[in-house]
Ligand binder design. Sequence first.
Ligand SMILES: N[C@@H](CCC(=O)N[C@@H](CS)C(=O)NCC(=O)O)C(=O)O
Length: 338
Amino acid sequence: MLKAILPALTAIALVAGAASAQAGTIETIKSRGQLICGVNTGNPGFAQPDSKGVYTGFEVDQCRAVATAITGKADNVKYVPLTSQNRFTALQSGEVDMLARSATWSLTRESTLNLTFPVVTFYDGQAFMVTKKSGVKSAKALKGATVCALTGSTSELNLADFSRANKLEIKPVSYDSLDGARDAFLGGRCDAYTTDMSGLAATRAAISNPDDYVILPEVISKEPISVAVRQDDPAFIHAVRWTMYAMIEAEELGITAATVDQHMKDENPETKRLLGATPGLGTSMGLSDTWAADTIRQVGNYGESFERNIGTKTPLKLERGLNDLWTKGGLIYAPPFR
Ligand SMILES: N[C@@H](CCC(=O)N[C@@H](CS)C(=O)NCC(=O)O)C(=O)O
């Protein structure tokens, strides 16, 4: 009997699965009235809550942008702090809709974790920090050193490759939390701390005696940081991808939060399509035609978000570098809005 009904049950399960995928993340977010966004537990400039629990940062702006594109309001976000270790399971299990949490896009994170990395939002690379008094000037001088890293990060894997390739016999020590790794390093339990350069800059900016620490010149990996979403919902993937690209396109077209309403009247056909004066792009993705204009008005363009949170006038003092527009020698480039 069971044997006879099994195929039917399987068929029902498949249809139910397809139906729930069809219900779709966009619809779920609209009816819930909130995007649930996985962020860092506290990485200054990227994602950090203040004393009232209000999150700000470059990655927080990515959550706010997607919330605006889907619900019309940047504040419609629930933030879920996640560690390097538990971030991908939280996304896979549906605890969060999206991750904006210093996640490097890599092959196996797509092929084995069933995640999609829709757009590179920040080009980073891994480096090392040591104390100034150690006198170490190069990562190649870290022979036999104890190096702190975060569990479940690409940093752990690159550290092992770098040690092997340069015969350094580095002793890695992994920590589940940023606080754990940083405190171990600052407390002298590791000779060096390794993570993405942006993370080192954030750590250095947050300590009381930053001049006692140096970031070594070697960049040992490519860390293209992307937002991440589940693979099973193309409509949501498109919405996330093109919202990030809308912020980039706005910078390229010179449209800022303050000037977006003025630009509504522009004759430039690209501007008209982006801002919805020529309708069709937003609605083709299941969003409103003002999705991009609303996002730029409430969150700003890519460059505004960069400068406000992590740029040269912030404690992180990051130059645009690779994260400048392609028209200015960087890699930030949006495909056509048409
Ligand atoms: N990009 C790497 C490293 C990610 C990572 O561990 N980033 C650190 C520093 S940039 C971080 O987010 N720490 C904050 C925290 O653990 O809350 C990856 O995807 O594995």
